[in-house]
Ligand binder design. Structure first.
Ligand code: FPP
Ligand code: MG
Length: 298
């Protein structure tokens, strides 16, 4: 039923009656539509549910448009990003148009759903700001990293599940916990893929996060187990363009200390908790989405 969401987004965009915006929207790669999938699986496919899913996906698309400007990213899902194709100004404005139209439509759904989703967008923005600020120094604090990824990524997935539960008359806390765990694990795995995948699969150079100054969970764990001299070496490499040798050194040290396995285990624990929670509520389809996430390639 994802196609109903696709059609609803197209209709919302068409409502704006602007040829340029319609053409720009058509250029955006659609992505996995994880948030819409969750919403439909929790709440079915009545009109308010489809509208909520469409709004959430428009907000998500807006956040990625802005994120690619902030990150100077020239690719998104292995294709040229909108900022690469048309410049930062166009990308920012398309983001603003998508999310303000989303907010407008949100008001026609329900006050509780509207509060839930709009609060998540504030969290999203606070998280993105934190991500930028943290990348200016070598963050070694796992709690700070977790708080940042909760805000930047998990908050909208948590709110999607919560909003769907409200619409379906299901206990919202249960579904929000599921969404939060899924969101945290999703970002942790995304951060792992930045280390384990090659440039071709990623659509961006490997170890890009560290070069950008982002010390994700594996770097925090690696630092903890390195010798004093090695810690110093890693801090010197932080936020620098890396030579092939420097890249290999980081990867070798990660292998030596089983850092990827340790970080993956942490994401897996969150997923297992989410699966158990959904199994105990008879929500097999939602357990299935969680399982798929942990079985992603890497
Ligand atoms: C991707 O992170 C970014 C996010 C999940 C959130 C971005 C949020 C904003 C820019 C706030 C603005 C919100 C709106 C609605 C306009 P990443 O860079 O770690 O992941 P990536 O590898 O997918 O780029
Ligand atoms: Mg980014």
């Amino acid at each position: 039923m994802l196609s109903a969401v696709e059609r609803k987004i197209e209709q919302f965009v068409a409502d704006l009656n602007d040829k340029e915006v319609t053409a720009l929207y058509a250029k955006l790669p659609q992505g996995k539509r994880l948030r819409a999938k969750l919403i439909l699986k929790i709440a079915g496919n009545t009109l308010p549910v489809v509208k909520t899913a469409a709004v959430v996906e428009m907000i998500h698309a807006a956040s990625l448009l802005h994120d690619d400007v902030i990150d100077d990213a020239f690719t998104r899902r292995s294709k040229p990003s909108l900022n690469a194709l048309y410049g930062n100004k166009t990308a920012i404005m398309l983001g603003d148009i998508l999310y303000s139209k989303g907010f407008f439509e949100l008001n026609n759904i329900s006050a509780e759903v509207s509060r839930m989703v709009s609060n998540a967008v504030t969290q999203l923005s606070l998280g993105e700001l934190k991500d930028v600020s943290l990348s200016k120094s070598f963050n070694l604090d796992k709690e700070i990293y977790l708080e940042m990824i909760y805000q930047k990524t998990a908050s909208l997935i948590e709110a999607s599940a919560g909003a769907a539960a409200i619409l379906a008359g299901k206990p919202k806390e249960v579904y929000m916990t599921y969404g939060r765990n899924l969101g945290l694990a999703f970002q942790m795995i995304d951060d792992l893929l930045d280390i384990t995948s090659d440039a071709k699969t990623l659509g961006k150079p490997a170890l890009h996060d560290f070069v950008e100054g982002k010390t994700t969970l594996p770097y925090i764990y690696l630092y903890e187990v390195l010798s004093k001299e090695e810690q110093e070496k890693l801090s010197i490499l932080h936020a620098k363009v890396l030579t092939k040798e420097e890249q290999s050194w980081i990867l070798l040290k990660m292998q030596e200390h089983q850092i990827i396995e340790r970080s993956y285990f942490e994401a897996k624990e969150l997923i297992e908790e989410a699966i158990e929670l959904m199994d105990s509520h008879g929500e097999e389809a939602l357990s299935g989405i969680a399982k798929e996430m942990i079985e992603r390639d890497f």
